[in-house]
Design a protein around this ligand. Sequence first.
Ligand code: DGJ
Length: 717
Amino acid sequence: MSYTPLSTGIHVDSSRRLWAMVTAQSTYAFGVTNDGLLMHLHWGPRLVSLADLPSAILKPERSSQEPALSQATEEYPPFGGLRYGETAAKVTFADGTRELDLRFATAEVTERDGLPALIVTLRDAAYPLTVQLCYKVDVENDLIIRSATFASEANETLRIERAFSAVWHLPRQYAPRTLTTLAGQWLGETRLQQRPLVAGTALIESRRGITGATANPWFAIESTFETTTETYFGALAWSGNWVIRATTDIMGTTAVAGGIHEHDFTWLLQSGESFTTPEFVAGFAQDGLNGARRRLHHYTREQVLPKPQVLQPRPVLYNSWEATFFDVTEEGQRKLAERAARLGVELFVVDDGWFPARVNDHAGLGDWRPDPVKFPHGLKPLSEYVKSLGMQFGLWVEPEMVNADSDLYRAHPDWIYHFPRRPRSEARNQLVLNMARTDVQAYLIEVLDKLVAENGIDFLKWDMNRPISEPGWSDEIERGGEAREIWVRHALGVYAVMDALRASHPDLVIESCSSGGSRADLGILRRTDQIWTSDNTHPEARLFIQEGFSLVFPARVMVAWVTDQGRGLLPVAYRCHVSMLGTLGIGGNLVHWSDAEMDEVANWIAIYKEIRPLVQDGDQYWLLSPHATHGEVAAVEYVTAEEAVVFAFRRADLFGELLPRLRLLKLQPEANYRIEVLGQNDSASYAASGAALMSYGLSLPLKRGPFASCIVRLRKQ
Ligand code: DGJ
């Protein structure tokens, strides 16, 4: 047999009905059995030839308790027949049949969103229902992006009760695997969790109607063979209820299934309609979590984040929240703006508290117009003043919410989720607008459009401070609809309002916020440019949160403010350096900052602007992990073909010991780098080769004492 090396792209073996998606370093393949079942064949290292793949077969049952279908690695296993493992889909037909029997119909190699794509159509054996599986291939980043579309030609309405985006099969193996997830809560999001995968199911989810902080819809599964660490990883692009389950059987077979949560989910599918799941992107890396991170960052920048904003550096921002809370006044904001401009801030954002009755969190949400008491002449004079200081102007909003004490709620009490005979649960004194309603969407589009247009707003911080409860929608039930759709329709409603706003204001930048980082996912990032990472702005806590956050999202997305948290206790440099790891912001009460503090922070902002392209868009490697060292040390390298910058942090200096040299990654071995410690006037620059820096390592110029940090810049000579 002669081997023709497979090029990257999508390959078809028509005679064996087999498909392989070949990326730079991986292959993903499946085939069709004689009975028309779509069977997974391989996901892992890049294959040389299609001939290396077996034909798809349904292996015989192991025993009557382990039927063949139950052990099969189907690409999109439906609930039906002798299947007892993970299933991707469940449908109830009008006649009461609650099973699917999906068989292969067609496959087409095409292009979607500028990427090679494979569309496989499965058809139910007895009912006029198709499920189209879409596989987009990101060749350079070793990623497969999956989604599924249900379409019905039946005369009756059918009920979709589960519609996952994908089931990912990992090959069986003896080597133990470790599952990494990101868990958290308010003030402590995206913290790394690691556990061995043993027989059983590990589950992460949100049933709150938003992405949530309890877990982020991302996973990584690693195993080490000799010297390589193989990592399978994925992220779900969805901002509503979601679930990801990793199920391992006693033989070491692992399947990861995920998508919209089936909890309280039903979608009515009428004849001629279709329903498409969110995308689930996953990849294979042989360079561990750092490799997984790099691939997702590239993908997010290249395929997810809105253009043209993604092509511009994210500006240094100031946000007033921690400085003033609800005590917003025009005079106070002007003072802060003047101080912010002196620091070199480029975008000034007025947070919560600018609209009527908003003196605390009991009233005002929903009435998106300037408070006539706080802003007698509206927001325009402040916006113009901010611009005259050379900054852009941004504003906080929370469009999905109302307080009961608001004009909007008084006018439209039926616009919130509720059950007619149940109390309407408040959280932070607020209720959630039914974003599934098109009249609510239209109202928000009109109000926000006016707000942005009339006040010269360049930036919106879009907040969402409570989960959904009492998910009822009686009008829809009266129309014969299904209120359980709200879990999906809420997220789609938010997307629709954002899309409309962006369409009429193409330069508008939106920051996704949900009590900090409760809405951080690749779905919201299709229409927002950055994410407020956490309300916890203490630098020590931030290192943990930011390490986890960085596993999914690139630095340009991760907003990090220097606030008054840790002020007076931690060195100014340490506080600035932690925030310089992402999109830098300032959030302290600048009126109280001394001239010396102002000058020092201004200096770090100037340095940040110099290295910003590298930080925001370079490849990012966490060389020392706060998670692994319980916060003792951290080191992050950002690198491009031309240069690199390394940040290092050491919490305590109990024993007066130097840190080991840091071996850098991805430099050019033959190149000579000029090395300079930023912000330290007393340090001389020196040179070393990329090879030396990657093998012998870089000595870290950390000063003695607690909370030491440094930034080292390396430029190719
Ligand atoms: C929660 C956000 O995370 C904070 O930054 C701030 O915007 C408050 N909401 C305002 O209510």
